[in-house]
Design a protein around this ligand. Structure first.
Ligand SMILES: Cc1cc2nc3c(=O)[nH]c(=O)nc-3n(C[C@H](O)[C@H](O)[C@H](O)COP(=O)(O)O)c2cc1C
Length: 250
């Protein structure tokens, strides 16, 4: 606890969760302890396409995510759950657009500089390293990127939207929803990967899914059951020290 001179048991557990060799061990996502869920959750980028999440489980998870806090309890998120033929058709169109080199509607990531750029590079090095894609292998990286538009073979995609008129403050609420959703999924043995990459072709996504013009898509979330032995699912992305982020004032 902040302010306590005694390191808490929880903190010790967090430190222990970091794998020695820099990758996660066997995929074992079913856990109910909050700290375990938070520290073991990672982005899943290889799913079993045939194993759908039962509707009752999905509804349970969505009910939990709905408990996310929001300013004035406005609950500003709008979510489309896309599965089956519609998801396949969306994937086909996205892959086609990307392969044709179609201009992007927007860049899904800002042009990071300084420490944020360094962290972005470290993230890519870790991910591609685990996937066995060399830094100079441009084609390999493009292929790995295309997997975004195949939703990593996930049986489901959540398209996370909010009203177009809303700004940064409201996007915060949707971020709280997003994390609650992903943790609720993980606690039930269901993996996910948030995907800002969908914003690259947001008009195409809106067209395919019939998203009304007054909504904007903030990101997608591919989700489903992980392929347990896939290297892509063992990626451990480290975090910097809280000292780089938190200032204590009295
Ligand atoms: C809003 C958001 C958008 C993201 N977009 C993508 C994406 O388009 N493609 C992807 O592979 N990962 C994406 N990620 C996953 C991040 O790369 C990942 O969360 C980060 O590297 C930390 O790794 P971890 O989730 O395994 O802890 C996104 C994450 C968030 C929160």
């Amino acid at each position: 606890m902040v302010g306590s001179s005694q390191p808490s048991q929880r903190y010790t557990n967090l430190a222990a969760a970091k794998p020695d060799n820099g990758v996660f061990a066997a995929y074992d996502p079913v856990m109910v302890d909050f700290d375990d869920v938070v520290t073991h959750r990672r982005s899943i980028r290889a799913f079993d396409p045939e194993r759908r999440v039962p509707e009752s489980t999905l509804r349970e998870v969505l009910e939990l995510a709905q408990r996310a806090p929001s300013n004035c309890n406005a609950q500003p998120w709008q979510v489309l759950i896309v599965s089956g033929e519609r998801k396949k058709q969306l994937s086909r169109r996205l892959v086609e657009a990307a392969e044709a080199g179609r201009a992007r509607d927007e860049s899904p990531t800002p042009d990071f500089v300084g420490v944020h750029r360094r962290r972005q590079i470290a993230c890519a090095v870790t991910l591609y390293g685990q996937l066995g894609v060399a830094r100079e292998d441009r084609e390999g990286r493009e292929r790995a990127n295309l997997r975004n538009f195949e939703f990593f073979d996930a049986p489901h995609l959540a398209a996370i939207c909010m009203d177009r008129s809303f700004g940064l403050g409201v996007a915060l609420d949707v971020g709280a929803y997003l994390q609650t959703l992903m943790l609720a999924l993980w606690s039930r043995g269901i993996g996910s990967c948030a995907q800002a990459s969908l914003r690259a072709y947001s008009a195409l996504v809106a067209d395919e899914l019939g998203i009304p013009a007054d909504l904007r898509i903030l990101c997608g979330v591919s989700f489903g059951y992980a392929c347990e032995d896939a290297a892509a699912n063992r990626v451990f992305q480290d975090r910097s020290s809280i000292d780089e982020h938190v200032t204590f004032l009295e």
